[in-house]
Design a protein. Structure first.
Length: 258
């Protein structure tokens, strides 16, 4: 394995800007940290988008380096690695990745739409849940957290590399179009009927909409009469259910009944 390059202070400064979404968008790059996330990326369609691997000078996991042999390796001092890292106890390895194109047609039997999901931990958990249940397409409303946020990436445990994400400036219009194409749009709402009473059909395709942690799904979407409302039945006076937990319950029920 050739290791002839050293991460310069100037390059480290540029990479540190990727902690902010506008610079990730401007440079079309993002960073992941740690053996697990890098291995997930290498074993996914993102493998071809990996620009290079950054290894701190004291990183000693030679077995893992053998696994990723063939990628460009750049060594970094502790000081420069700290500039790019966003973890409390970094493992000493990171990857710089080109953001892939996100334009594609929704064509799976089940897709998920995220409306104004602000919490990166919740967004990452939903991606991980989608991956578990074989839901491989997610639509991101324009107010939803960036999936390349480091907290989202870590919470997803690499699931973002296996689930395609499509951004939209107008989620309502996107859902209207999918409805015209034959998708049944299921909007999660505390006011909706229990999902256990909803009649699913194996021949149908579904899009499930999950909304903001505090305010739920946007009024323009939830009030659309051609969309169906669903809820998860509660058994106490608890005010609400975490949206990541809700996604797991809903997707499990749909998979069990379609």
């Amino acid at each position: 394995m050739k290791e002839t390059e050293i991460l310069t202070a100037e390059e480290a400064k540029k990479l540190s800007s990727l902690k902010v979404k506008k610079y990730r968008d401007r440079l079309n790059l993002f960073i992941i940290e740690g053996d697990h996330l890098i291995e997930e990326a290498v074993n996914s369609e993102y493998s071809g988008f990996i620009e290079y691997i950054i290894v701190r000078h004291d990183y000693a996991n030679e077995d893992f380096l053998k696994k990723i042999d063939g990628y460009r390796i750049v060594r970094a001092s502790s000081k420069n690695f700290e500039k790019i890292s966003e973890t409390a106890n970094p493992q000493g390895i990171a990857a710089v990745i080109n953001k892939p194109e996100t334009e594609f047609e929704i064509d799976s039997d089940i897709a998920v739409a995220l409306d104004n999901i602000n919490d990166p931990g919740n967004a990452g958990t939903i991606f991980r849940t989608c991956y578990w249940f074989g839901v491989n397409q997610v639509i991101l409303g324009n107010n939803t957290v960036d999936i390349y946020n480091s907290k989202t990436l870590r919470a997803s445990q690499g699931a973002v590399f296996h689930v395609s994400a499509k951004e939209t400036e107008d989620l309502k219009s996107s859902l209207d179009e999918l409805s015209k194409q034959g998708y049944e749009i299921l909007v999660t709402s505390l006011e909706g009927p229990d999902i256990g009473k909803f009649r699913f059909e194996k021949s149908k395709n579904y899009v499930i909409v999950f909304g903001n942690e505090a305010n739920g799904v946007s009024e323009s979407i939830i009030s659309e009469k051609k969309f169906s409302k669903i809820s998860v039945k509660g058994y106490s006076e608890c005010e609400s259910l975490n949206v990541g937990v809700s996604a797991g319950i809903v997707l499990n029920h749909i998979r069990a009944n379609t």
